[in-house]
Design a protein around this ligand. Structure first.
Ligand code: G3P
Ligand code: CA
Length: 261
């Protein structure tokens, strides 16, 4: 399980982050992908959340339903009772046609019963202009608190404003600063991470140079790289000093760690 303390000290790593679950072999962000990640002994499952029309926290990567379901349209335009019924597996393979879109509440129940922790990525498109009790930040924190899982959850976002809001509501929950084209550079992410007392910085493979990973580590932050699927690439980033990798193949990474690290 991930440690309570911020920073790399005393933490068993590198950490396996199952990206959208075991999404290399199962449809992303579904229960079966999460179950497989748990059985692969991933340290954390990463998933993406946004809001339904009735403001339930839905687990799905894209803003629309087009790619991963048989319906077309924006997730935020549909009520949860409709979303809940949608086939979220057939696009990947007909054999997963019974997989439906999960809600964060359901996944938290799975996490509670497992040894694997959770990284909730909040989509910036789900944010309101002004934060309120009904905003995604508050709704996510309420769900986590209700099941007393606060210490086992890492919240990340490309929107640093979202992370700032989370920190205002909850002074202790672990935060992961995602580095993307629109969010800012690795140096800026490190500065921001220090300001909000984040746990980790998440650069993409193109930003994860040895130098950048060392800079992250020098500030006692964890550097977790997205998304690394080939064994040879896993070695490359681990050898550069990554503290963890987001991978669609948690099994593959676990095997590598067992043999070589
Ligand atoms: O959190 C790491 C990674 O998931 C960020 O990119 O597009 O896969 O959500 P994306
Ligand atoms: Ca994600």
């Amino acid at each position: 399980m991930i440690e309570k303390v911020r920073g790399p000290k005393n933490l068993k790593r590198p950490l396996v982050f199952a990206h959208r679950g075991a999404s290399g072999e199962y449809p992303e962000n579904t229960r079966i992908a999460f179950k497989k990640a748990i059985s692969s002994r991933a340290d954390l499952i990463e998933l993406d959340v946004t809001l339904s029309a009735d403001r339930k926290v839905v687990v799905i990567h894209d803003d629309d339903l087009d790619r991963t379901t048989r319906l077309v349209g924006n997730v935020r335009d549909f009520e949860s009772e409709i979303l809940r019924e949608l086939d979220a597996g057939s696009w990947f393979s007909r054999k997963f046609k019974k997989e439906t879109i999960p809600f964060l509440k359901d996944v938290l129940d799975m996490i509670r019963k497992s040894e694997t922790d959770l990284n909730v990525e909040i989509k910036s498109t789900a944010m309101d202009d002004v934060v309120s009790g009904n905003s995604i930040e508050s709704l996510v924190l309420d769900l986590i608190r209700r099941v007393e899982l606060r210490k086992r959850i890492l919240i990340s976002s490309f929107s640093w404003k979202c992370l700032e809001r989370i920190r205002t509501i909850d002074p202790e929950i672990k935060l992961g600063v995602l580095v993307g084209e629109e969010s800012g550079s690795v140096d800026e992410a490190i500065g921001f991470a220090e300001k909000v007392g984040a746990w980790s910085v998440h650069p993409s493979v193109s930003e994860a140079s040895k130098e950048n990973l060392e800079k992250i580590s020098a500030k006692n932050l964890l550097g977790v790289v997205y998304t690394v699927n080939e064994t040879a690439d896993m070695r490359t980033f681990l050898d550069r000093g990554a503290d963890g990798l987001f991978t669609n193949f948690p099994d593959r990474m676990r095997k590598l760690l067992r043999k070589e690290y």
